[in-house]
Ligand binder design. Sequence first.
Ligand code: SAH
Ligand code: SF4
Length: 390
Amino acid sequence: MEQNINLNNDISLSEGIHNLNPLYGMSREDLLSNLSSLDIIPNKQIPMRIKQLWNWTYVNGVDDINSMQNISKPIRDKLQDIYTLHRPKIVTEQKSSDGTIKWLIALEDKLGNSSGNEIETVYIPDGKRGTLCLSSQIGCTLNCSFCFTGTQKLVRNLSTFEILSQILIARDRLDDWHKNNLNAQRKITNIVMMGMGEPLYNFEAVKNALLIASDGDGLAISKRRITLSTSGVVPMIERVATEIGVMLAISLHSVSDEVRNKLVPINKKYPIKELLKACKNFPGLKNSSRITFEYVMLKDINDSEYDAKKLVKMLEDIPSKINIIPFNPWPGSEYKCSDSKQIKKFADILNNAGFSSPIRRPRGSDIMAACGQLKSSSERIRSNKIINEF
Ligand code: SAH
Ligand code: SF4
């Protein structure tokens, strides 16, 4: 049975917190120049203090500067006047019958208004692996015709702090901080930038968040276990390798420009040929470090045997694997998921050609947490109303 917990009153923010700067999300360099200019810690001590601040923040997961015991009370007091470790508010937590958890998180602007700025973050446990799916934007500009997020207009980009806070919130709720779990298997082992938004349209914030997430003194999640998914923002693809160094996933979904123009309209700007060229040239690409191509199965649109054979040809000289994603329906969507027999046929063609091409089980679809089903809840209520009127 799915469970819904309303956490609206669980986390209350004290007055005045919005004038403080979030301590997490700042790079070591920014923290260094910030602390140097503030004159609250002797210059000589700053590097050591930064080490301590990072350790409390990212290893121990404290949410209160006052509990940083190896920092003296007078310095803690001064730090508290400037910085905060507070997390954005969780509005609801939903648990699927398959163990997937979805959090609806309310974001605030500097003045503390949340004004409908909500994002969704999803945790997908799978045996020893636990994947956290992060959002990079509120809404999306790209309007892919099969994606629920694409029906919500872009509200804004998320900041580094807001992207990282999704990991911190998940670790809080799952009790997955290192201090509680010294020898235990970590619950969050993988990160995917596959929630709301196009991460390469918010490159700097995504980059800074992922660099802290993967830093050995930060959240220490290996770059090989972090995947950034893009709909195909060709000019930014190389920078995923050179500046972030995480794994790349491409939302391909079609083998012809004609069909892809409709499914993933950014294709009109960066057609398949250019996209595949950027993939071929992706720095560091090799068999042990392959690109994942995502392919959503839409009945009678992109799921023929001809499509599968063309896909094999298109990807033959790119070290790649192919994730076959059964389409997840949403209220008002114009597509149907391909029949399971057809999905199997499609997968067999790819498998027989030597590709690793798992058929992804939809996860969390009873709570609308599966790929392409995320949307701010206030928006969802609005769109449900529209659907109800018809
Ligand atoms: N904007 C990025 C990342 C977020 S979408 C991108 O498009 O890659 C994450 C994945 O879910 C993408 O591959 C996307 O194409 C896929 N997706 C979107 N809507 C879907 C749906 N209704 N069913 C299945 N997959 C979907
Ligand atoms: Fe945006 Fe990705 Fe959805 Fe396309 S699939 S609308 S790029 S979130």
